[in-house]
Design a protein around this ligand. Structure first.
Ligand SMILES: *Cc1c(COP(=O)(O)O)cnc(C)c1O
Length: 221
Protein backbone atom coordinates (compact mmCIF):
# COMPACT_ATOMS: atom_id res chain seq x y z
CA UNK A 1 0.00 0.00 0.00
CA UNK A 2 1.17 3.50 -0.84
CA UNK A 3 1.48 5.72 2.22
CA UNK A 4 -0.02 8.85 0.69
CA UNK A 5 0.26 10.97 3.86
CA UNK A 6 3.95 10.13 4.29
CA UNK A 7 4.69 10.79 0.62
CA UNK A 8 2.90 14.14 0.78
CA UNK A 9 4.88 15.17 3.87
CA UNK A 10 8.12 14.26 2.11
CA UNK A 11 7.25 16.17 -1.07
CA UNK A 12 6.13 19.22 0.93
CA UNK A 13 9.45 19.15 2.82
CA UNK A 14 11.40 18.96 -0.45
CA UNK A 15 9.32 21.84 -1.86
CA UNK A 16 10.05 23.94 1.25
CA UNK A 17 13.78 23.21 0.98
CA UNK A 18 13.94 24.03 -2.72
CA UNK A 19 11.97 27.23 -2.15
CA UNK A 20 14.34 28.35 0.62
CA UNK A 21 17.39 27.41 -1.49
CA UNK A 22 16.07 29.65 -4.26
CA UNK A 23 15.71 32.54 -1.76
CA UNK A 24 11.98 32.60 -2.38
CA UNK A 25 9.42 33.19 0.41
CA UNK A 26 7.90 30.19 2.21
CA UNK A 27 4.60 29.26 0.61
CA UNK A 28 5.60 30.64 -2.80
CA UNK A 29 5.05 27.22 -4.40
CA UNK A 30 1.76 25.30 -4.47
CA UNK A 31 1.75 21.53 -4.76
CA UNK A 32 -0.74 20.21 -7.31
CA UNK A 33 -1.22 16.52 -6.44
CA UNK A 34 -1.81 14.73 -9.73
CA UNK A 35 -4.35 12.02 -8.93
CA UNK A 36 -5.05 10.72 -12.45
CA UNK A 37 -5.69 6.95 -12.64
CA UNK A 38 -6.01 6.85 -8.83
CA UNK A 39 -9.42 6.24 -7.21
CA UNK A 40 -11.45 8.77 -5.21
CA UNK A 41 -10.30 6.95 -2.05
CA UNK A 42 -6.71 7.99 -2.79
CA UNK A 43 -7.84 11.61 -3.23
CA UNK A 44 -9.78 11.37 0.04
CA UNK A 45 -6.66 10.08 1.81
CA UNK A 46 -4.66 13.03 0.47
CA UNK A 47 -7.39 15.49 1.52
CA UNK A 48 -7.38 13.99 5.02
CA UNK A 49 -3.61 14.56 5.10
CA UNK A 50 -4.13 18.26 4.37
CA UNK A 51 -3.66 18.37 0.59
CA UNK A 52 -6.22 20.63 -1.10
CA UNK A 53 -5.10 21.10 -4.72
CA UNK A 54 -5.38 18.26 -7.25
CA UNK A 55 -4.64 17.76 -10.93
CA UNK A 56 -6.45 15.47 -13.35
CA UNK A 57 -5.74 15.14 -17.05
CA UNK A 58 -9.11 13.78 -18.21
CA UNK A 59 -12.34 15.67 -17.70
CA UNK A 60 -14.47 12.53 -17.60
CA UNK A 61 -12.31 10.90 -14.95
CA UNK A 62 -12.36 14.08 -12.86
CA UNK A 63 -16.16 14.26 -13.18
CA UNK A 64 -16.41 10.82 -11.64
CA UNK A 65 -14.22 11.62 -8.64
CA UNK A 66 -14.42 15.23 -7.54
CA UNK A 67 -18.04 16.48 -7.31
CA UNK A 68 -18.75 13.87 -4.60
CA UNK A 69 -15.80 15.10 -2.51
CA UNK A 70 -16.52 18.84 -2.70
CA UNK A 71 -19.29 19.05 -0.04
CA UNK A 72 -16.99 17.61 2.66
CA UNK A 73 -13.87 19.50 1.50
CA UNK A 74 -14.73 23.12 0.63
CA UNK A 75 -11.05 24.02 0.22
CA UNK A 76 -10.62 21.47 -2.57
CA UNK A 77 -9.26 22.92 -5.83
CA UNK A 78 -9.24 20.98 -9.09
CA UNK A 79 -6.83 21.70 -11.94
CA UNK A 80 -7.42 20.16 -15.37
CA UNK A 81 -3.90 19.56 -16.72
CA UNK A 82 -4.43 17.32 -19.75
CA UNK A 83 -5.16 17.93 -23.41
CA UNK A 84 -8.71 19.23 -23.69
CA UNK A 85 -11.07 18.53 -26.59
CA UNK A 86 -13.38 21.40 -27.53
CA UNK A 87 -16.44 19.21 -26.91
CA UNK A 88 -15.30 18.82 -23.29
CA UNK A 89 -14.82 22.57 -22.73
CA UNK A 90 -18.19 23.04 -21.03
CA UNK A 91 -17.70 20.11 -18.64
CA UNK A 92 -14.22 21.40 -17.83
CA UNK A 93 -15.54 24.90 -17.07
CA UNK A 94 -18.23 23.44 -14.82
CA UNK A 95 -15.80 21.18 -12.91
CA UNK A 96 -12.45 22.91 -12.69
CA UNK A 97 -11.03 25.76 -10.66
CA UNK A 98 -8.06 26.05 -13.02
CA UNK A 99 -7.60 24.78 -16.59
CA UNK A 100 -3.88 24.51 -17.38
CA UNK A 101 -4.08 23.21 -20.95
CA UNK A 102 -5.28 26.14 -23.07
CA UNK A 103 -3.22 25.65 -26.22
CA UNK A 104 -5.07 26.64 -29.39
CA UNK A 105 -7.51 29.21 -30.80
CA UNK A 106 -10.39 26.75 -31.26
CA UNK A 107 -10.19 25.78 -27.60
CA UNK A 108 -9.98 29.45 -26.56
CA UNK A 109 -13.22 30.17 -28.41
CA UNK A 110 -14.89 27.07 -26.94
CA UNK A 111 -13.84 28.05 -23.40
CA UNK A 112 -15.07 31.64 -23.85
CA UNK A 113 -18.48 30.31 -24.98
CA UNK A 114 -18.60 27.74 -22.17
CA UNK A 115 -17.79 30.41 -19.56
CA UNK A 116 -20.57 32.64 -20.84
CA UNK A 117 -23.06 29.77 -20.73
CA UNK A 118 -22.01 28.44 -17.33
CA UNK A 119 -21.49 31.80 -15.63
CA UNK A 120 -18.24 30.45 -14.23
CA UNK A 121 -14.69 31.59 -14.98
CA UNK A 122 -11.96 29.19 -13.89
CA UNK A 123 -8.43 30.56 -14.12
CA UNK A 124 -6.63 29.57 -17.30
CA UNK A 125 -2.99 28.77 -18.04
CA UNK A 126 -1.60 28.72 -21.57
CA UNK A 127 0.29 25.50 -22.21
CA UNK A 128 3.43 26.12 -24.25
CA UNK A 129 5.12 23.33 -26.24
CA UNK A 130 8.56 24.61 -25.23
CA UNK A 131 10.35 21.82 -27.11
CA UNK A 132 8.20 22.29 -30.24
CA UNK A 133 7.60 18.52 -30.19
CA UNK A 134 5.20 17.49 -32.97
CA UNK A 135 3.34 14.88 -30.87
CA UNK A 136 2.92 17.10 -27.83
CA UNK A 137 0.11 19.45 -26.79
CA UNK A 138 0.86 23.13 -26.27
CA UNK A 139 1.11 26.21 -28.44
CA UNK A 140 4.40 26.28 -30.41
CA UNK A 141 7.03 28.74 -29.20
CA UNK A 142 6.77 31.00 -32.22
CA UNK A 143 3.01 31.42 -31.75
CA UNK A 144 2.96 31.74 -27.97
CA UNK A 145 3.15 35.54 -27.67
CA UNK A 146 0.41 36.23 -30.19
CA UNK A 147 -1.78 33.52 -28.68
CA UNK A 148 -1.43 34.86 -25.12
CA UNK A 149 -2.40 38.34 -26.34
CA UNK A 150 -5.37 37.07 -28.36
CA UNK A 151 -6.65 35.00 -25.41
CA UNK A 152 -6.75 38.07 -23.21
CA UNK A 153 -7.65 40.82 -25.64
CA UNK A 154 -9.70 39.12 -28.35
CA UNK A 155 -11.50 36.44 -26.32
CA UNK A 156 -11.45 38.14 -22.90
CA UNK A 157 -10.23 35.01 -21.15
CA UNK A 158 -8.93 34.98 -17.55
CA UNK A 159 -5.37 33.89 -18.41
CA UNK A 160 -3.31 33.84 -15.21
CA UNK A 161 -0.15 32.05 -16.26
CA UNK A 162 1.75 29.48 -18.29
CA UNK A 163 2.33 25.73 -18.14
CA UNK A 164 4.85 23.44 -19.85
CA UNK A 165 6.01 19.83 -20.02
CA UNK A 166 9.63 19.83 -21.26
CA UNK A 167 10.86 17.08 -23.61
CA UNK A 168 11.49 13.90 -21.60
CA UNK A 169 15.05 13.36 -22.83
CA UNK A 170 16.35 16.93 -22.36
CA UNK A 171 17.65 19.03 -19.50
CA UNK A 172 14.41 20.76 -18.41
CA UNK A 173 16.20 23.87 -17.15
CA UNK A 174 16.33 25.92 -20.38
CA UNK A 175 12.63 25.14 -20.89
CA UNK A 176 11.74 26.31 -17.39
CA UNK A 177 13.78 29.49 -17.81
CA UNK A 178 12.18 30.22 -21.17
CA UNK A 179 8.69 29.82 -19.70
CA UNK A 180 9.54 32.04 -16.72
CA UNK A 181 10.85 34.77 -19.01
CA UNK A 182 7.75 34.57 -21.23
CA UNK A 183 5.46 34.83 -18.19
CA UNK A 184 7.37 37.84 -16.86
CA UNK A 185 7.14 39.59 -20.22
CA UNK A 186 3.34 39.26 -20.12
CA UNK A 187 3.02 40.02 -16.36
CA UNK A 188 1.51 36.58 -15.74
CA UNK A 189 1.89 35.53 -12.07
CA UNK A 190 1.38 31.74 -12.35
CA UNK A 191 4.03 29.31 -13.61
CA UNK A 192 3.06 25.62 -13.57
CA UNK A 193 6.17 23.56 -14.24
CA UNK A 194 7.99 20.61 -12.72
CA UNK A 195 6.80 17.04 -12.07
CA UNK A 196 7.99 14.17 -9.82
CA UNK A 197 11.40 13.97 -11.50
CA UNK A 198 12.28 17.67 -11.78
CA UNK A 199 10.14 19.83 -9.49
CA UNK A 200 13.09 21.10 -7.46
CA UNK A 201 14.76 22.46 -10.60
CA UNK A 202 11.47 24.04 -11.63
CA UNK A 203 11.25 25.79 -8.25
CA UNK A 204 14.79 27.12 -8.74
CA UNK A 205 13.58 28.58 -12.06
CA UNK A 206 10.50 30.27 -10.58
CA UNK A 207 7.67 27.69 -10.61
CA UNK A 208 4.65 28.78 -8.54
CA UNK A 209 2.90 25.42 -9.06
CA UNK A 210 4.50 21.97 -9.32
CA UNK A 211 2.48 19.00 -10.58
CA UNK A 212 3.50 15.83 -8.77
CA UNK A 213 1.79 12.48 -9.28
CA UNK A 214 3.73 9.26 -8.97
CA UNK A 215 5.92 10.49 -6.08
CA UNK A 216 2.71 10.88 -4.03
CA UNK A 217 0.35 8.17 -5.26
CA UNK A 218 2.86 5.57 -6.47
CA UNK A 219 3.77 4.46 -9.97
CA UNK A 220 0.82 4.33 -12.36
CA UNK A 221 -0.08 0.86 -13.66
C1 LIG B 1 0.81 12.93 -15.12
C2 LIG B 1 1.17 14.35 -15.20
C3 LIG B 1 1.97 14.95 -14.21
C4 LIG B 1 2.57 14.20 -13.04
O1 LIG B 1 3.61 13.37 -13.47
P1 LIG B 1 4.48 12.53 -12.42
O2 LIG B 1 5.72 12.22 -13.17
O3 LIG B 1 3.67 11.33 -12.05
O4 LIG B 1 4.75 13.40 -11.26
C5 LIG B 1 2.24 16.31 -14.33
N1 LIG B 1 1.73 17.04 -15.35
C6 LIG B 1 0.96 16.51 -16.30
C7 LIG B 1 0.44 17.38 -17.39
C8 LIG B 1 0.66 15.15 -16.26
O5 LIG B 1 -0.12 14.62 -17.23
Amino acid sequence: MTDIAANLALIQARIAEATARANRPAGAVTLVAVSKTNPAEAVAAALAAGQAVFGENRVQEAAGKFPGLRPDWPALRLHIIGGLQTNKARDAVRLADVIESLDRPKLAVALAEAMAKEGRRPDLLVQVNTGDEPQKAGIPRAEAEGFIRACREEWGLPVRGLMCIPPAAEDPRPHFLYLAELAARHALPVLSMGMSADFEEAIACGATHVRVGSAIFGARG
